[in-house]
Design a protein around this ligand. Structure first.
Ligand code: UPG
Length: 459
């Protein structure tokens, strides 16, 4: 039988393109996968011993496939020319200027990919939009391609949003809940859909591969992220009620989650959600809704973001209040700076918000995270170098030494098993713990002598 796709090129070697293509290469030995990016440093890192991103199990896969059927390159043109199928997996940041500033997604990178493809390709291709984009973006890609296509060449544009979460990327890619493929309702459209579906069927069962129209596929991605963030904002809203009444948000979450219609996942109250996707995608949904004159819809989803801002601020304020309304000149250890466990990514991390709040109140911060690089922490806090108000530590016990308080901002599992007696002994008294992730054993900490405060519970 005819093999529909022999060579794949992916533009964008980031958190989506890198892991997705690595798993693809692993599962499809008969397909050659080339990941291209104009960022030479990043490509060099993908070709080196130390990959540019940390994901459990990723390194083994890259080592196994690299040089065989997985390649990382800055040489875009030949890779695009040879490919039967091209993934566009570039970033779509929130616009920082002009119309839609602060909310709309900036599609300039997606558009320039489409222009480059049209310029260099001299045979027909399937172009797959993998970046998270506003609804109807595929139509814009089609427009740019059509207006610039060489004679005899035609394109099919598919939407195939990625649902992997950071820290579990390899597992999410290997065992996806579903794969969405949106395409044009025409004979050529159907052919393109079945070609991409053939690629996924190497390791995903057919019943999990869902075909739909392009706009549904694009909107499903935004909607899924909005629903996920909304669940966290909802439980965080309840956590504020708990703190004010004496209810315990863990008990409430458990009770809610046992309703089979709701389910137990994504009900962990926290200092707030972060990450590169939720904020950007919801802002995007809000912007699209407003553009379509759906003001009530826009206001509804905006509240999910507002509640998250409220939660982050509330946690910072609570720290100050508990420490006798002043933290000026006090030393505070921040445990965890990444936006979630098992990643070194700090994009939109609630830890940044909390740290800035504490700095504004005049505290000295001792920051420790198992994976985040020192330079990244300094960058996030707008600091050029370590100075008197911030020190970055590679050992949690060193970070805790001489501080008045420990503030947990990320749910790293290793935090659970630290020797808190040892930390307590090296800290100033009264010693506080503020658990922004509800992961520590609070009664054990109280027994040691800590004053413990956590989300969604009166101490
Ligand atoms: N979080 C909580 N409580 C919970 C669950 C998560 O506070 O009960 C926080 C978590 O700590 C993190 C944020 O929510 O700060 C987002 O977590 P998660 O969704 O696991 O990470 P992402 O890597 O941002 O993944 C989301 C979607 C994924 C999508 C991706 C990019 O889960 O499906 O592909 O965004 O769009």
């Amino acid at each position: 039988a005819e093999i529909p796709v022999r060579k794949i090129c992916c533009i964008g070697a980031g958190y989506v393109g890198g892991p997705t293509c690595s798993v693809l290469a692993l599962k499809c030995p008969d397909i050659q996968v080339t990941v291209v990016d104009r960022n030479e440093l990043r490509i060099n890192q993908w070709n080196s011993e130390k990959l540019p991103i940390y994901e459990p199990a990723l390194e083994e896969i890259v080592k196994q496939c690299r040089g065989k059927n997985l390649f990382f390159s800055t040489d875009m043109v030949p890779a695009l020319k040879e490919a039967d199928l091209i993934f566009i997996s570039v970033n779509t940041p929130t616009k920082t200027f002009g119309l839609g500033k602060g909310r709309a997604a900036d599609l300039k990178f997606v558009e320039s990919c489409a222009r480059l493809i049209a310029e260099v390709c001299d045979r027909s291709k399937i172009v797959v939009e993998k970046s998270t984009v506003p609804v109807r973006s595929a139509a814009s890609i089609v427009n740019v391609l059509k207006a610039n296509t060489k004679p005899g060449v035609s394109y099919q544009v598919l939407s195939n949003p990625e649902f992997l979460a950071e820290g579990t990327a390899v597992n999410d890619l290997t065992n996806p809940d579903r794969v969405l493929i949106g395409g044009e309702d025409s004979e050529d459209g159907k052919k393109a859909i079945s070609a991409l579906s053939w690629v996924y069927r190497h390791w995903v069962s057919a019943d999990k591969i869902i075909e739909m129209n392009t706009w549904s596929s694009e909107l499903s991605k935004l909607a899924a992220n909005a629903f996920l963030a909304q669940r966290i904002s909802s439980i965080n809203a309840i956590s504020a009620v708990c703190e004010a009444t004496g209810a315990d948000v863990s008990e409430v979450a458990k009770a809610i989650g046992l309703d089979s219609r709701l389910g137990p996942k994504f009900l962990q109250a926290s200092v707030g959600w972060g990450g590169s996707c939720f904020q950007k995608d919801i802002l995007n949904l809000v912007y699209i809704s407003e553009s379509l004159n759906l003001t009530s819809v826009a206001a509804y989803w905006q509240q999910v973001i507002d509640m998250n801002e409220y939660q982050k601020s509330r946690f910072g304020e609570r720290i100050v209040q508990a420490m006798f309304n002043t933290i000026t000149d006090k030393h505070i250890a921040i445990l965890g700076f990444a936006f979630k466990k098992n990643t070194g990514d700090t994009r939109e991390s609630p830890a940044i918000h909390v740290a800035k709040h504490l700095l504004e109140e005049g505290a000295f911060l001792h920051i420790f995270d198992p994976k985040v690089e020192k330079a990244q922490i300094l960058l996030d806090l707008d600091q050029l170098d370590e100075e008197s108000s911030i020190s970055i530590h590679t050992d949690p016990y060193e970070a805790a030494k001489g501080t008045h308080a420990l503030v947990v901002c990320t749910e790293w599992e290793q935090f659970i098993t630290y020797d808190y007696q040892r930390m307590y002994d090296s800290m100033l008294k009264p010693a506080f713990v503020f658990d922004g992730r509800k992961i520590l054993d609070h009664s054990a900490l109280a027994k040691i002598g800590f004053h413990v405060e956590t989300i969604g519970k009166r101490h």
